[in-house]
Design a protein around this ligand. Structure first.
Ligand code: NCD
Ligand code: ZN
Length: 442
């Protein structure tokens, strides 16, 4: 029997920090001895980690990633991208359906679940995609028929694209409304990529620019706002549990804030690139900074940080979307694929802010506030609740699945050191304070 003792770490809990010794046996948490001022109990195990001054979190959850398998293995595989997740303290991911074939059928979901069974390091859940009416019939079978119960357990919700993005999964006419109705009826979390196809198409047609910064003009803030307004309206009419993916605008945030005040079951996530990068970064990033929704002006970033502070934003999720470096360099610039990797750098970037530093080489006029407990809420508790993932907390008899954080560790981000198959990062050379290491299996 192998036992492990983590001695003297501080468990970051929603209810407050707790200094404790944690004893584990065969990957299961045995007892948690909370430190009091009195004499310490003498504990022994086969292996001991001295965790004085370190923080303990449940293994982090990233509820929005693209791991590219099957079909797009030149960009990444479940194996390589899971390694990247683990190296960034993330032990659970929710993976998107824009693979090849897309995850719009039970057979495609089954194939992904089969591949994921070979990955022992990371708990990979899958979103079901809906582009056509037939997909909703499949979804209904998946959700209601007994024979699919184990597959259903691996499916965390439905993903709907209002406009095309990488993978061309825009829902067909009429399917959006139907998807809201079916998800409401079957009580399935519905994640929506909110950008308006009419506004985007019109702006693309009128666009005369060729440089990459035009991407932010073509997919303008109004496009996201209009799509969010309409999604909230549909959620109101149908009662669907709506989750807005990668919210990126000030007005979008206000709309979600108002919907929450109105008591609607609406939640949202923001992506690290919308918190840390802005249109000012196109100059250094070029096409590497092309993503959907696009980079926004700095006032939007500031508003998103305020949304984190106020609690309107439920989750931070990476939208990890690796493309090869060569694919991203294609010309003309506006034809480069959209998406940046981020599953490995998300927690380190947030830890840096919690340590009171700003990782971007260029200074900001504002200093966002973030506590370690906020990181736990944004990247564990809220995604765990919203997508009913049932991932273990740090408690007796739970599976040991922890992220041990050295809050003072200093290092630099370099694409060549990261584990994603794509080998590059939009945060090249950034200085980080804080390192997360995974302890235990998933
Ligand atoms: C994503 C991708 O590359 O898969 N790209 C992106 O810019 N976010 C697709 C998506 O989710 O929009
Ligand atoms: Zn995405």
């Amino acid at each position: 029997m192998t036992s492990l003792l983590i001695r003297g770490g501080t468990i970051v809990r929603p209810t407050g920090d707790e200094r404790a010794d944690i004893l584990m046996n065969e990957g299961i948490i045995g007892e948690i001895f909370v430190r009091t001022t009195g004499p310490q109990k003498l504990l022994a195990a086969d292996q001991t980690i001295e965790a004085n001054g370190q923080l303990l979190f449940p293994g982090f959850i990233d509820c929005h990633v693209h791991f590219r398998e099957p079909g797009l293995e030149q960009k990444g595989t479940m194996e390589t991208e899971s390694q990247s997740a683990i190296a960034g303290g993330v032990t659970t991911v929710c993976e998107m359906p824009n693979t090849n074939p897309p995850t719009v059928s039970i057979a495609a979901l089954r194939e992904k679940v089969r591949i994921a069974e070979g990955i022992s390091t990371c708990d990979i859940r899958f979103f079901f995609g809906v582009t056509q009416s037939e997909n909703l019939q499949e979804l209904r079978r998946l959700w209601t028929e007994q024979e699919y119960s184990s597959l259903r357990d691996r499916c965390c919700g439905v993903k709907l694209y209002i406009d095309h993005s990488t993978g061309n999964q825009k829902a067909a006419k009429g399917v959006v409304e139907e998807a809201f109705r079916v998800c409401a009826e079957l009580k399935i979390p519905l994640v929506v990529h909110c950008e308006d196809p009419v506004l985007n198409a019109r702006a693309a047609k009128l666009n005369m620019h060729t440089e990459i910064a035009a991407h932010s003009l073509i997919r303008a803030p109004e496009s996201e706002q209009r799509a969010i307004t309409s999604a909230i309206e549909s959620a109101k009419e149908t009662g669907a549990q709506l989750h807005i993916a990668h919210l990126s605008t000030k007005r979008g945030l206000e709309l979600v804030g108002q919907a929450k005040k109105d008591g609607l079951p609406i939640t949202c996530e923001v992506a690290p690139h919308h918190l840390f990068l802005s249109t000012e970064d196109y100059e250094t990033l070029g096409t590497l900074g092309k993503i959907n929704p696009p980079l926004r002006t700095p006032d939007h970033c500031e508003a998103l940080w305020a949304g984190i502070e106020s609690g309107t934003i439920d989750c931070v999720a990476s939208d990890h979307a690796p493309h090869t470096f060569e694919e991203k360099q294609v010309m003309p610039a506006l034809t480069a694929p959209s998406g940046v990797p981020g599953v490995e750098t998300m927690i380190p970037l947030l830890l840096t802010v919690a340590a009171g530093r700003w990782p971007h080489p260029r200074r900001r006029s504002f200093q966002p506030k973030l506590m370690y407990a906020d990181i736990r809420r944004l990247c564990f508790d809220r995604p765990n609740e919203i997508f009913a993932l049932k991932r273990p907390m740090i408690e007796s008899a739970a599976k040991a699945n922890l992220a041990l954080v050295e809050p003072e560790a200093e290092w630099e981000i370099h694409g060549a050191d990261l584990h994603s198959k794509c080998g590059w990062t939009p945060y090249e050379g950034w200085k980080i304070t804080g390192k997360a290491t995974v302890v235990g299996g998933w």
